[in-house]
Structures are given as C-alpha cells and as structure tokens.
Design a protein around this ligand. Structure first.
Ligand SMILES: NC(=O)c1ccc[n+]([C@@H]2O[C@H](COP(=O)([O-])OP(=O)(O)OC[C@H]3O[C@@H](n4cnc5c(N)ncnc54)[C@H](OP(=O)(O)O)[C@@H]3O)[C@@H](O)[C@H]2O)c1
Length: 429
C-alpha cells in the first residue's frame, strides 16, 4: 500500500524554516502516523538567497498568503515571525479555509491568540504552536495536554536564552551588560536589534501564552508587566552572589484571587536552585499544580534544529488527527484574562545602597526601614574598589510592595546616599 503523503507549505526559510527543510528532507517519515511529509511549496522574502536545504525543485511563492491559501498543501507552516503583517495574514488565510496551521510565532499567538483560536475553531482547523515557547523543549503540550487534569497554580521560569546568556556571561567573565550584549550580537546569540530579547518582550510573549494554557484564559500580552535586564549592573551580580543568590530574568504567571499576575522581571534566585543553575542560553520552567505538585523542565529554548523538531511534532499531531481546543478550553469559553498587578502581592527584595563612608549611616538606614515597616533579613557591607562609595546591600523579609517602595523613597532622601537606591525582587519560586 502506498504511504499517504501530507503536503506541507512552509513560509519562512530562516533559522527555523531552514532547519525544518533539513529535517523533512532527511526524515520525511518522522511521524508515527503512517504518513510521510512532503514539502509542496515554500515562501520567503528573497528568492535567490542560499537556503539550508535544496529548494530548487520546490514550487516557490513570493506571497506567503497565496501559499497559505493554495490547495496544493494540506498544512501551512508559518515561520516568518512578527505579531502582524504577512505572518498574521497568511495564518488567517489558511485558517479561513479550514487548513491546519503550525507556527513558531510567539508574538502572533501572544497578541492575537484569542481571535486566531476563534477563527481556527470556527473553521475546524488545528492551530498548533509548540515551538513558540521554549523552542525544542515541550512546554506547550505539557500544559495544554498533560496538565489538563490538574489545577495549575503557577508557572515560572527562564524563557529567554539571550538574556540568560548575558546574565551568565556577566557573572562568569566580569564584563558589563553592554560588552556582553555586543559580543552576543557578534556571535549570533543576539539579534542586531536586541529590543525583543533584552526588552523582555520575547519572554513576555512566551509567559502570556503559558498563562493562557495554564489557566484556561485568553492570552493578553498587554497585561504582562515587563521589567528589563539592562538595569542589572555587574556590581549587583557580585553582591547578590555574596548574599547567596544569582540574578535571573524570571517570567511568571500566578493566580492571585480571581485574576492572574503575569510578569517578567530580573530577580534573585538562591544559589543551588535549579533556575540559578540554568546557565547560558538554556530555558527552564517550573509548573506548580495543586495535585501534581512541582514539575521542572529545562532545555534549549531556541536554535533552528530544536525549534524545527517542535514544529515537526505539531505536524505529527495534524497527521494523527489529534484534536484539541487551541488553548485549554474552546475559544468561546476562554475566560477573559483578568490582569492583576504582580506587585500587589507581598514579596522579598534586595536593596543596594551606595553610601558615604561615614559614621551613623547604617543606623539611619535601619531606622528608616523600621519606620516604613520593612524588616531586614540579611545585611552586607562590603568595600568595593573604585565603587565611588560603600555599597550596603540587604535583603528584606516579605513586605507589601507599597511599604518597600516607601522605604526606598525615604532612604533615597537620606543625605548619606550617593545615588538612588537600587531594588531588585527575590524570586517567589
Ligand atoms: N530562531 C529560533 O531559535 C526560534 C525559536 C523559537 C521560535 N522562533 C520563531 O520562529 C519564527 C521564525 O524565526 P527565525 O529565527 O527562523 O527567523 P528568521 O531567521 O529571521 O527567518 C524569517 C524568515 O521569514 C522570511 N520572511 C520575512 N518576511 C517575509 C515575507 N514578507 N514573506 C515571506 N517570507 C518572509 C525571511 O525571508 P528571507 O530569508 O528571504 O529573508 C526568512 O526566511 C519566529 O516567529 C520566531 O519567533 C524562532
């Protein structure tokens, strides 16, 4: 009996699309579904560009929307990127025709996921995006499928490999943020325009998607509170280490009352904690379920090969006919995402205060903290060569954010302060 072929149209032939060409070229029968994958058309911006695989015999489409709508393919794979523009138009065109769509596009799903889910379900077309979060490490299927019997309370992790690489390199080589970023760009670990990564948007897109999957709500990227890592100085990395912590960009989504607090923020993680030990470009994620307890996964969060493998896993799902709502529940019953200010909750903080080296300073600081009802957990005063003053660092016990901010305001007004206090949060993990 001839093996049935599933015809795949691929738009976007860059890092991920190129690796998918290679994967499907080498292992067209990768899927355990008795069907082979055959590429039936490709689209990218520049036709003459060298590609990772041989596309000379494949039908070429200048317009990805036309490829998406073509009856010559059974599945449309979108690997262009971007929340809007041709990626969105092409995905919509395929879904309108009831054609299955596989995408790695986190921005598209985080920003337009709810309307695309409605379109997909109205047309009975799967919309799959395993590759959009943590690249090759399976986080989406875990939440959407394996965890559906539990009640997820929180998801938290390291979702941007570029930021984690920069923080790791700063710690290990003693170089400043800007130096490490420039090197990461030279080595190809960071984009020429690093805004999406170091601006926290990439991690924000991913945690928005995970929140929707974990809590059965519509994704709402606008509700994510994002703070960036370029505020992290080398001095903080060293002082945090002396206190027993490592600084990581933590993306998390937590149930708070009837709402969900979604945030991306640099935070201190205790040394020895799996997130503190997640180094370089790796990604890692904790999922906390009421019944299951804690699950931890770690793996490559990017890279053409791993990401293409996740795309292929979704193609396999289309082949087997695995049918599920796009998020955890059907689009029509997705709860509206009620964003809660992540900073409403009580938490612990790290404060770094650069002060004049003179008597009475420590007493003034501790008194000010006490007046603001902030209690100290650990305290360190360490001469730092050439720091232009003496840094005092301390961690607090759990305190409402409002009290912390008031303490920071009052301390900032003390005459002994040489610069504005620096505050980072301790991760709630
Ligand atoms: N790279 C990763 O490690 C990774 C990991 C997880 C998810 N993702 C996601 O995967 C998607 C693709 O990422 P990537 O890294 O492969 O990007 P990339 O290397 O920049 O490739 C983008 C591709 O899209 C094509 N393209 C751009 N505009 C187009 C248009 N108007 N019409 C048709 N094609 C167009 C480009 O064509 P040319 O080649 O001709 O310029 C290129 O082939 C993104 O959504 C990204 O967020 C990437």
């Amino acid at each position: 009996m001839a093996t049935e072929r599933m015809r795949i149209g691929i738009a976007g032939l860059g890092s991920v699309g190129g690796a998918l060409l290679t994967l499907l070229g080498e292992r067209p029968d990768f899927a355990p579904a008795g069907r082979t994958a055959a590429i039936s058309g490709v689209s990218a911006r520049t036709r003459g560009k060298p590609r990772a695989g041989d596309i000379s015999n494949l039908p070429w489409w200048d317009d990805p929307v036309a490829l998406a709508a073509s009856p010559d393919n059974d599945v449309f794979v979108e690997l262009i990127g971007g929340a809007d523009g041709p990626a969105k138009a092409a995905v919509e065109a395929a879904l309108r025709l009831g054609k299955p769509v596989v995408t790695a596009n986190k921005a598209l799903i985080a920003v337009h996921g709810a309307e695309l889910a409605a379109l997909a379900e109205a047309n009975n077309a799967p919309l799959l995006f395993e590759a959009a979060v943590m690249g090759g490490t399976p986080a989406v299927k875990m939440l959407r499928e394996a965890m559906v019997g539990d009640h997820v309370e929180a998801v938290a992790g390291i979702l941007n490999g570029t930021c984690n690489y920069i923080l790791t390199q700063m710690e290990e080589t003693g170089r400043a943020f800007a130096d490490v970023l420039a090197e990461a760009q030279r080595l190809g670990y960071a984009e020429a325009d690093p805004t999406t990564d170091v601006g926290g948007f990439d991690a924000g897109h991913k945690i928005t998607i995970l929140a929707a999957l974990a809590f059965g709500c519509a994704p709402n990227f606008a509700a994510a509170q994002i703070e960036v890592i370029d505020q992290v100085e080398l001095l903080d990395i060293h002082l945090a280490h002396d206190l027993g912590y490592r600084i990581r960009l933590i993306a998390q989504a937590v149930r708070v009352g009837e709402g969900i607090a979604v945030s991306v923020t640099p935070a201190l993680v205790p040394l020895g904690h799996p997130l503190a030990e997640t180094k370089g470009p790796l990604n890692a994620l904790f999922i906390e379920g009421r019944g299951i307890g804690r699950i931890f996964i770690q793996g490559p969060g990017a890279g053409g090969g791993p990401t293409a493998a996740a795309v292929a896993a979704d193609i396999a799902d289309v082949m087997t006919g695995a049918a599920r709502p796009v998020f955890q529940s059907p689009a029509a019953s997705l709860k509206p995402f009620v964003g809660v200010d992540a900073r409403q909750a009580s938490g612990r903080a790290y404060l770094r205060l650069m002060v004049k080296d003179e008597p009475g300073v420590i007493a003034a600081i501790t008194e000010t903290l006490a007046e603001a009802h902030v209690s100290i957990d650990s305290f360190l005063q360490k001469p730092v060569h050439d720091a232009g003053g003496v840094p005092i660092v301390l961690t607090t016990h759990a305190t409402p954010e409002s009290a912390l901010l008031e303490a920071v305001r009052r301390i900032g007004a003390l005459p002994a302060l040489l610069e504005a206090p620096r505050m980072l949060r301790l991760a709630r993990i």
